[in-house]
Ligand binder design. Structure first.
Ligand code: T5A
Length: 218
């Protein structure tokens, strides 16, 4: 195993932009190169996070959810995720790759739901207690392509093409998420790297690895 400093990496992007596939492959590749890396996702990563994920995403859940409750549930899952998994992993020198984090909350709840980017960012900072990503890969993709990929994936996995509560929002909502993520990338050029997710998966992986290895060897 290489001696390394910890690195907190987040993957951001719209539905079906390839984050989960990339998180898996990046972790495998970094481990094969001798790095100590783990991947996790939001909402999720802990028992509480997985329960909250069900309330947030499952369309069969009979829990009704307003925008503010939705925001606070994402943040409750995040606070627990940081305390239970992310901070201990970083403290022990690991590379942590997290599929979605604060930028998703700012883009989905702050911008697309209209709660306000600044107020949501402040709530995120409170939930994170100083644990923030050093590097973010933003997989930028037209939501029309991403949603098609997601539909195909859920068909193939016998979910019969059923979309979750947020995936099934209107296209205008997903366009607004993309604009929100682009705005965040523009305002955080040192942290956020935009990757064209319409390329082949191999190209996306190669671009991502180059950015991560550069950051690790700096
Ligand atoms: N959310 C989340 C909020 O509203 N606020 C928040 O604060 C947070 C944290 C999470 C939902 O919650 C919302 C956002 C989401 O709506 P989720 O199921 O975790 O729900 O949703 P996603 O993260 O969007 O997961 P998806 O699986 O839909 O998308 P991914 O992970 O981006 O895509 P992936 O890797 O599963 O790929 C989809 C398909 O495309 C193929 C893959 O093989 C797969 O079949 N693929 C490619 N095909 C062609 N070219 C490429 N380059 C490809 N890369 C992958």
């Amino acid at each position: 195993m290489k001696s390394q400093d910890s690195l907190f990496i987040t993957l951001e992007g719209g539905e079906g932009s390839g984050k989960s596939t990339l998180a898996r492959k990046l972790t495998e590749t970094l481990i094969s190169l001798g790095y100590n890396a783990i991947s996790t996702r939001e909402p999720g990563g802990t028992k509480l996070g997985n329960q909250v994920r069900y309330w947030l995403l499952n369309r069969d859940s009979d829990v009704s959810l307003g925008s503010i409750s939705e925001l606070l549930l994402f943040l409750a899952a995040r606070a627990q995720h940081i305390e239970e998994l992310i901070k201990p992993a970083l403290d022990s020198g690991k590379i942590v790759i997290c599929d979605r984090f604060n930028d998703s909350t700012i883009a989905y709840q702050g911008i697309a739901r209209g709660l306000g980017a600044e107020i949501v960012e402040n709530q995120c900072l409170f939930a994170c207690q100083g644990v923030l990503p050093q590097l973010t890969l933003f997989l930028d993709l037209d939501p029309r392509i991403g949603l098609e990929r997601t539909k195909k994936l859920s068909k193939d996995s016998a979910k019969d093409g059923v979309m979750d509560r947020i995936e099934s929002e209107e296209l205008a909502f997903h366009d607004s998420v993309r604009e929100g993520l682009r705005w965040i990338a523009k305002n955080n050029p040192n942290r956020v790297h935009l990757i064209d997710a319409s390329q082949t998966f191999e190209e996306v992986l190669q671009n991502s690895l180059e950015i991560i290895l550069y950051s690790l060897n700096r």
